[in-house]
Design a protein around this ligand. Structure first.
Ligand SMILES: *Cc1c(COP(=O)(O)O)cnc(C)c1O
Length: 372
């Protein structure tokens, strides 16, 4: 079927994991697969990597349950909030939760379900967690008999930035807090590093939570320039040319006529738009690749289509178009990061999984599951 699709390479994700694990000494490996594995499809990916990882991390209970339904048996941690109504489901499905507020933890404890918790420490990221002046609160968690505190973790704010000093400071705060509370709990391990802190600062506290680099991307240029780990992007986003025309000088293209040709050009209409997650901010800015050549987006990106410059190229209807060949550069063009471009790829885009050169699975969230 000629529709916009994501091709996800299982061999490449496994290679990225193995390369990172090689430097991870004895630290456990947690694959961060929140937001549907950063848009790529968490059920298939988790199934295909479960044998080489120790843990999975997600953001929501529904994401965790999807994995359990898909047959995933390794531990799963929810990094964020779980409502009291859902604690029983977590308990029953063996899903670890994050504990970051004493009052909420008391309420959870009162429900009476046995559950495993990881204490969240705010060492400077400023999102959720206990701070260094709340040691007494953390210690009180041990009285909550239904919550088995097996771990504690924190999250870095700037591990991907040039200046390393705040990362070092966060690590020191983390170590200090752990030192003060470790005798109160039977921690199996603690965890701190994201992708950046794993492959750049090489911080190993017992487990590493790796997200973006699983998928073959570097958290930032700074990280890319400061690691010897060679990652390979595991996905390709493709669409198709569905119309080609020659235009004269002075021809407007797309809504608002924001592009008007200043010379004769060849223009292709391609079947991707902002409803597929290709941001409208790419209007007159983005570039796609056809036959290996960069083609500029002309005029505004529409909901389901856009036009690109194919002057000088032999392009026909049905030609394949690659989007996000250099996703870091594309993200930079519109002032965002690869994470957002990936997670915005919409449910309309089909996902196809390749292993050993063969299609092993497909996901068509909106329609029938088409045979590959
Ligand atoms: C998303 C997230 C990660 C993974 O971050 P990457 O930069 O993608 O490696 C790790 N830990 C927490 C708490 C997160 O929210």
């Amino acid at each position: 079927m000629q529709e916009t699709y994501l091709e996800i390479n299982i061999d490449k994700i496994r290679n990225n994991i193995l390369k990172i694990k090689k430097i991870s000494e004895n630290s456990k490996f947690c694959a961060v697969v929140k937001a549907n594995a950063y848009g790529l499809g968490s059920d298939v990916i988790c199934r295909e990597i479960e044998d080489i990882v120790d843990y999975f991390a997600v953001a929501r209970l529904s994401e965790a349950l999807l994995l359990r339904r898909a047959g995933i048996i390794k531990p799963i941690l929810i990094l964020g909030y779980v409502g009291l109504d859902d604690i029983e489901k977590c308990s029953r499905n063996d899903i670890d939760i994050s504990i970051y507020d004493f009052g909420l933890a008391q309420e959870i404890n009162k429900l009476g379900y046995k559950i495993r918790g990881h204490v969240v420490l705010d060492t400077g990221h400023g999102r959720i967690g206990f701070r260094e002046d709340e040691i007494s609160q953390i210690k009180k968690l041990k009285d909550l008999k239904n919550i088995d505190i097996i771990s504690a973790f924190s999250h870095f704010a700037t591990a991907d930035e040039e200046d390393n000093s705040f990362t070092i400071k966060q690590e020191e705060i983390f170590d200090r807090i752990i030192d003060q509370v470790k005798d109160d709990f039977a921690f199996e391990f603690v965890h701190l590093a994201n992708s950046a802190a794993t492959i750049r600062q090489k911080i190993f506290k017992g487990m590493n939570r790796v997200g973006i680099s699983l998928y073959g991307l570097y958290p930032s240029i700074v990280v890319k320039d400061n690691t010897e780990i060679e990652l390979e992007k595991i996905f390709k986003l493709y669409t198709y040319v569905h119309f080609v025309k020659e235009i004269e000088a002075g021809t407007p293209i797309s809504y608002g006529r924001t592009f008007v040709s200043d010379k004769p050009m060849k223009v292709a209409s391609v079947a991707i738009g902002y409803a597929d997650g290709y941001n409208r901010l790419f209007s007159n800015k983005g570039q796609v690749y056809i036959k290996g050549k960069a083609c500029k987006v002309l005029g505004r990106v529409c909901m389901d289509q856009m036009m690109v410059d194919v002057s000088g190229l032999d392009v026909k209807i049905g030609e394949k178009v690659e989007i996000y060949r250099d996703i870091d550069r594309d993200a930079d063009l519109i002032g965002t990061i690869s994470y957002e471009l990936m997670t915005n790829i919409s449910m309309r885009v089909k996902r196809i999984y390749i292993k050993n050169g063969e299609v092993i699975e497909a996901r068509d969230y909106l329609g029938e599951l088409n045979e590959s």
